[in-house]
Design a protein around this ligand. Structure first.
Ligand code: F6R
Length: 609
């Protein structure tokens, strides 16, 4: 997730570009840049770090001109650095582009362009787009951009500017937002509304596949075939704060709704087109590498630890390597049995969690190979680990982790299926079946998010209970752990998760009339056993909310309410089953009037021990 801005009109472009980027910093903040045409040439200024660094750099000498584009970056391909910052230019510097998203086939395109003599200066996927424009330019930027769109694959919001045609900006989008702000004799472009509402409240919201030619006096919107599209003006009535949250009340709910996209971005470039394999170019492991791994530790904190619990199941089930999951603050002090035959995987959204970083250093000191799964490119953990797989969730602002967790689950699955493919521990048909199932997950999450009313009602009904229990077996237990943490941290309700079979060893004493129990029953191999545990709590008059797969015709007989999730393979069920639990926590917190995005005593990134 990055922020994009553009300006064309009679005023100086740079002040708007900087102001607009400030409003979009929540979309990414590891580097920023602007490009402005001064009448003769395009001048580009960029700087790594927060936007303040760029502001300082251009203070008193910002590029002059009336047309320009800008970008604030959240790195995915290429670490945060001056050269990797956008805007990116071609070899001649006559074309300039900013991009939000991922160009999935960039490596292949880059090789072709290098063979033709193009010289690349950055590690980004975006730079290929600038060189493609240069390569294809036929004297008309519009038709050139269309040709480029025919060869790139992936998700994008792209904005182009050229010295050859300095009276226009061209922009287009696929799976990433882009709005055009309509002014008087001037027009604005942005990836989100907060960047433009100080200038205009009249907008066009571009749809996927649309392209716009923006001049100072006009905006032409068309589809990729060049057929004009009539857009309705969307009047923005939100205040600046609501606009930053995309019209949602809180960042947490916005991020819950971003999950279909986050999950899609994390997986799609890593799946073979024919669904036969997972491709992790960042690892490039072979049979020999995997044979050397006798044991895996997954080490993390909080929600990331819960993703590790699912990861253990995935790796053991699919790749048949023994896995131990550990809490980072425990691992680092307990003399773990780690050596050069151990792979230590650390999982961290922020990449800065002090305990996780220390555990990683300890594993390295003991001679282990290390792999980080993190959301922040260039973070301390990413730099320290031998290898990294990035989750591409985009920045997570709410303290309670949601989209980072689901993308961590996806990454754990990808890693396990990748290893299984190399080790041949799973039949090719089964790998294919799982990959096909995974491809459906983004739309299935979307489906779940379309009807939240029943969950809202449960939250309102049970949101004032002081204790809630979550139970499940196998992967359902792993999800129960995450569901209970979510509820605790944002609604301050005491919540506990138990392996359903453990209840009778003590906890059942706490189950009395009216206590809500969320029972997950998505795993067919332990389904009957889970039903017996549900009967145990029902017999003590608990109120049971079941979470089950669509098509389950039994569960309703044993529970008070059921939340159905779309039908999927049991291995993939956690990625869907957690969604109603996130929603339940969110609406319970709202019902109780809690500060959802900033729960008491908590911080987003825990950089102290
Ligand atoms: C809970 C939550 C925390 C984090 C934990 C680790 O919603 O967000 O439990 O998961 O503090 O943080 P990272 O993943 O940044 O290492």
């Amino acid at each position: 997730m990055c922020g994009i801005v553009g300006y064309i009109g009679p005023n100086e472009a740079a002040p708007f570009l900087i102001e607009g980027l400030t409003k979009l910093e929540y979309r990414g903040y590891d580097s920023a840049g602007i490009a402005v045409f001064d009448g003769n040439r395009i001048n580009v200024e960029k700087s790594v770090g927060r936007l303040g660094n760029l502001e300082k750099k251009v203070e008193g000498k910002s590029p002059q001109g009336h047309i320009g584009i800008g970008h604030t970056r959240w790195a995915t391909h290429g670490r945060p650095s001056d050269v990797n910052s956008h805007p990116h230019t071609d070899c001649s510097g006559k074309f300039v582009v900013v991009h939000n998203g991922i160009i999935e086939n960039y490596l292949h395109l880059k090789e072709q362009l290098i063979a033709k003599g193009h010289v690349f200066t950055s590690e980004t996927d975006t730079e290929v787009v600038a060189h493609l424009v240069e390569d294809y330019y036929d004297g008309d930027l519009e038709s050139t951009v269309k040709k480029v769109l025919n060869v790139i694959e992936g998700s994008y919001a792209l904005v182009f500017m050229s010295e050859y045609e300095p009276d226009k900006i061209i922009c287009t989008k696929q799976d990433n937002p882009l709005v055009i702000g309509l002014g008087e004799g001037e027009n604005f472009i942005a990836s989100d509304i907060p960047a433009i509402i100080s200038r205009t409240r009249k907008t066009y919201i571009l749809s996927d596949g649309e392209m716009a030619i923006v001049t100072k006096d006009s905006v032409w919107v068309m589809n990729r075939q060049g057929v004009p599209v009539t857009k309705k003006v969307f009047e923005v009535h939100w205040d600046a704060e609501a606009a930053e949250k995309g019209g949602y009340e809180h960042f947490m709910i916005k991020e819950i709704y971003e999950q279909p996209k986050a999950v899609r971005e994390t997986m799609s470039a890593r799946l073979a087109k024919d669904d036969s394999a997972v491709i992790l170019d960042e690892l490039k492991w072979n049979k020999h590498d995997l044979a050397a791994i006798k044991k895996i530790f997954i080490v993390a904190c909080g929600t990331a630890y819960h993703a590790g619990v699912v990861g253990k199941y995935y790796i053991e089930k699919l790749a048949r390597i023994p896995v131990e999951v550990d809490i980072a603050s425990e691992f680092r002090y307990r003399s773990p049995l780690v050596d050069e035959n151990t792979l230590t995987i650390v999982v961290s959204q922020s990449g800065e969690t002090s305990d996780t970083l220390a555990a990683l250093k300890e594993a390295k000191r003991l001679g282990a190979r290390t792999l980080a799964v993190t959301n922040v490119v260039g973070s301390s953990i990413a730099r320290e680990a031998d290898q990294v797989i990035y989750t591409w969730a985009g920045p997570e602002i709410a303290v309670a982790s949601t989209k980072a967790y689901t993308t961590q689950l996806v990454t754990m699955f990808l890693l396990a299926a990748y290893m299984a493919g190399i080790k041949e521990t799973v039949a090719p048909e089964r790998i294919k079946e799982l990959i096909q199932g995974l491809r459906n997950v983004p739309s299935q999450i979307h489906e779940l998010l379309e009807d939240v009313e029943p969950i809202k009602t449960f939250a309102q009904k049970y949101g004032f209970n002081e204790d809630v229990f979550f139970i499940g077996r196998s992967l359902d237990y792993a999800v129960a752990l995450e569901g209970s943490l979510k509820l605790k941290e944002i609604s301050y309700i005491h919540a506990e998760a138990y392996a359903a079979g453990e209840l009778k060893h003590g906890t059942l004493a706490l189950i009395i009339e009216g206590v809500p129990v969320i029972a997950l029953a998505t795993q067919n191999d332990v389904y009957e056993k889970t039903l017996s545990n549900i009967k145990e709590v029902k017999a003590r008059d608990a109120v049971v909310i079941g979470v089950a797969l669509k098509g389950d015709t039994q569960i309703d007989k044993y529970v008070d309410h059921t939340i159905f999730i779309p039908h999927t393979d049991k291995i993939l069920a956690p990625i869907l089953a957690v969604i109603p639990l996130q929603l339940l926590s969110y609406y319970a917190a709202v019902t109780r009037g809690c500060d959802v995005d900033k729960p008491r005593n908590l911080a987003k990134s825990v950089t102290v021990e």
